[in-house]
Design a protein around this ligand. Structure first.
Ligand SMILES: O=c1ccn([C@@H]2O[C@H](COP(=O)(O)OP(=O)(O)O[C@H]3O[C@H](CO)[C@@H](O)[C@H](O)[C@H]3O)[C@@H](O)[C@H]2O)c(=O)[nH]1
Ligand SMILES: [Mn+2]
Length: 730
């Protein structure tokens, strides 16, 4: 069948601004070469700061390499647009089944009422319900989460028809009802209030039950599934549980309007203390198997439990890529960005990921392989299960279990349980060649990489109306923790046999190999940054000059690179939707993450490689206490506890202000017998660090609230600053 170019199901547009890009890239590159040349040819004599100078050279060299790597995604980012009407025209009758996996791990940091809003939102897609199957994996193995899902299965009968009748958006009830304008443009405000009440009563019931930790006996009688929980069951020790709450293939599975409901399944894979469960990757692999005997759809969407669907058409958007006659054949997965619904205006913790979402992911897409980032991603089942790319491969879009034969639901559940045991995967390729890979804190990225290396492409879709919205960390500690996991995971990949330059060699483009390293080298970035924020400042107070004097022509490349790099990063941030202050906050977080998260990531990766520690996956909390939430709204940095990470932050902040004040007074007093302008670059650098750190000083000295830096941290950091002064600069 010939389909003319205009009839493609999606379009790809190159992003503008290339001239600006190439100008800054070329000039910065030249600047960097000059900086390194100057550093290498002007090494001072031994005893006159030679070691410190060589350290600067090393740090700048690492920055330079990293800068080159980050350019890989900036050459020619692309944007994708889909034509859903064409999809519908051509394929409406043959749309494939879609299995949707939602993962949750702990009813306390991920409350069931939040989880079921996500579940309801994905059940309500603008897509034939009989083709949707939703699976909730509960790694907490909690009766509370099961109870929540059971409530949702009943509420769905009202919620889905309501969504479809009024074509509302978003389809997460929590999100929909919190957007107050709700019923103004509703033809039937009574119905709106009715559903809202039902929803609120249900949430109330779920929340109180979760709080009490116990399910009332009369409720336990209402579904056989509750019998799975005996008093001995704990989250770490229980049998496999699979409960089909709604069987979309049964006659009774209809909503209040008489339309078919999507299938809804609860799964808690078996957990035993003696078996490692491989965190989310293990959950996903169990889901792949369990779903294969219940619905076995050719397309799998996977979301985190907080990432509700904010766009009813995401499935159709994704299918526009898979079904495209010209290129769909190559595409293994379609990734949407991670967006959040709890962002404050100025992005205090840098969690909005705007530049990553708008620039970097689009650039990776142009290189043939946007990363798989764990949530908001549509995969072809076959490819997730290890299928190699081949030109002759034809997807069976009709795949899936259409009719159920003799087997009744209990038999299917029993069979499914046998696929979710601890021992099922023993001596199989699961977790390696099949399914999601084990052993890496970013199971998603490494799995996506393997798919790319098997020859498949991936596309990145960033629609106007965000496809998914989740909960970003709202405290500094959570942010540091999340970035520690991410940097550690990506660095683990970089140091393993999966390092893109080795593993990807000859399989993926050099551009994409470099692209992966942007994240792979996050952890490694911690060292030059720690060096740069401490040593030049210490030099200032000890009379060691580490830069060309400001009047020398050699100062020009230093200043140029510094200014241009920041101007361009500001330009990128503004284009991606950050505010000026948001960019500025981002710069602070850039530094904080590098000297804490990434440093920890680096250390833990090395400990793991040397067998000193095991991999962990600390779930980020999706709830915070009232005061914390308030400070988050006001964009006040949250410290509060005495974590060692805060000691590092406070030490760097204090060190710089002491060096700035001390250094300036010594220079003015003329102690060093050198013209003041030889120190000027260091004064500027140190001054910039101090300005960036203003909120840290406030948290240390001025604030009185519970989120301030505790005095124990301040005291410890004073101690470390004094120690730092004892280190000679040679
Ligand atoms: O043992 C576990 C641990 C986590 N999860 C689930 O994994 C998801 C992600 O966990 P979260 O704590 O929210 O981590 P984030 O840092 O927000 O997650 C990002 O980074 C992870 C990799 O580090 C990816 O798995 C996620 O998809 C991606 O959104 C959540 O739904 C959890 O319930 C499990 O199912 N089992
Ligand atoms: Mn999350």
């Amino acid at each position: 069948m010939e389909i003319s170019h205009q009839r493609r199901l999606f379009a790809t547009e190159k992003m503008g601004g290339r001239l600006v890009y190439w100008f800054q890239a070329a000039t910065i590159a030249a600047g960097i070469v000059l900086v390194l040349y100057y550093r290498a040819t002007n090494v001072p004599a031994a005893g006159e700061g030679r070691t410190a100078w060589l350290g600067m050279l090393a740090a700048e060299f690492m920055y330079a390499v990293y800068w080159v790597i980050t350019q890989s995604v900036r050459w020619c980012p692309v944007r994708r647009r889909t034509f859903k009407d064409r999809l519908s025209e051509r394929y409406e009758e043959q749309l494939p089944g879609v299995d949707i996996f939602v993962c949750t791990a702990d009813p306390h940091s991920e409350p069931p009422s939040l989880v079921i809003s996500t579940v309801l939102s994905v059940m309500a897609y603008n897509y034939p319900s009989e083709k949707i199957s939703v699976y909730l994996s509960d790694d907490g193995g909690s009766i509370l989460t099961f109870y929540g899902l059971w409530e949702a299965s009943i509420f769905a009968k009202k919620w889905l028809p309501f969504c479809k009748r009024h074509n509302i958006e978003p389809r997460s009830p929590a999100a929909y009802f919190s957007e107050s304008e709700g019923h103004h443009n509703m033809r039937n405000p009574k119905e709106w209030s009715f559903i809202k009440n039902l929803y609120e009563e249900m949430t109330e019931r779920i929340d109180t039950t979760v709080m009490s930790g116990k399910i009332p006996e009369e409720i336990k009688l209402k579904h056989k599934g509750f019998k799975e929980w005996s008093s001995e069951i704990t989250s770490k020790n229980h049998q496999p549980i699979v409960q089909i709450l709604i069987d979309g293939k049964s006659q009774n599975a209809v909503d209040d309007d008489g339309n078919t409901l999507p299938t809804l399944v609860y799964m808690a894979r078996e957990k035993r203390p003696q078996y490692h469960h491989n965190f989310k990757a293990g959950a996903l692999n169990s889901l792949i198997r369990v779903s294969s005997i219940i619905s076995d759809s050719p397309v799998i969407l996977n979301v985190d439990c907080d990432m509700y669907s904010n766009n009813r058409d995401s499935i159709r958007d994704a299918l526009c890529f898979f079904h495209d006659e010209e290129m769909g054949h190559d595409i293994g997965f379609v990734q949407y960005p991670q967006n959040y619904n709890n962002m404050t205006q100025n992005n205090i913790y840098g969690n909005s990921l705007n530049v990553i979402n708008h620039v970097e992911m689009s650039g990776l897409d142009s290189a043939g392989g946007c990363l798989y980032i764990g949530t908001g991603c549509f995969h072809r089942r076959q490819i997730l299960c290890g299928k190699l790319f081949s030109k002759d491969y034809r997807e069976d879009w009709n795949r899936g279990i259409k009719e159920r034969g003799q087997e009744d639901i209990n038999e299917i559940e029993e069979k499914a349980k046998s696929l979710a045991t601890c021992t099922y995967e023993h001596r199989t390729q699961w977790g390696d060649e099949i399914g999601v890979k084990y052993g890496c804190p970013v199971e998603d990225v490494i799995t996506g990489l393997a798919i790319h290396c098997r020859g498949w492409k991936a596309v990145y879709m960033n629609p106007q109306r965000a496809a998914f919205l989740g909960v970003a960390p709202t405290t500094l500690a959570q942010t540091i923790l999340q970035h520690k996991r991410w940097s550690e995971g990506n660095f683990t990949i970089f140091l393993s046999k999966y390092c893109t330059f080795l593993f990807g060699h000859g399989k993926i483009s050099l551009q994409l190999q470099m692209g992966y390293c942007i994240y792979g080298l996050w952890a490694a970035n911690s060292l030059p940054t720690l060096y740069y924020v401490m040593v030049p400042s210490l030099g200032l107070i000890k009379g060691t000059t580490l830069f060309p004097e400001i009047t020398s022509p050699w100062a020009t490349p230093f200043i140029y690179v510094f200014c241009m790099k920041n101007i361009y990063s500001l330009y990128e941030a503004l284009l991606s939707g950050d505010t000026l202050k948001g960019w500025w906050n981002g710069q602070r977080m850039w530094m904080i993450k590098r000297i804490t998260s990434y440093l920890y990531g680096l250390i833990d990766t090395i400990r793991k490689l040397s067998g000193l520690s095991k991999m962990s996956f600390v779930v980020t909390a999706k709830v915070s206490d009232e005061n914390e939430a308030k400070r988050y709204e006001q964009e006040i940095l949250e410290f509060g506890s005495s974590s060692p990470a805060y000691v590092i932050i406070a030490t760097v902040a204090l060190l710089n202000i002491v060096c700035l004040v001390g250094g300036l007074s010594q220079i003015m007093a003329g102690i060093w017998n050198m013209p003041w302008n030889v120190f000027l670059p260091q004064v500027i650098l140190c001054g910039m660090i101090v300005i960036t750190n203003i909120p840290i000083y406030e948290a240390m000295l001025l604030r009185k609230d519970k989120g301030r830096i505790p005095s124990s941290v301040t005291l410890a950091s004073i101690g470390f600053v004094m120690l730092a002064f004892l280190v000679p600069i040679v």
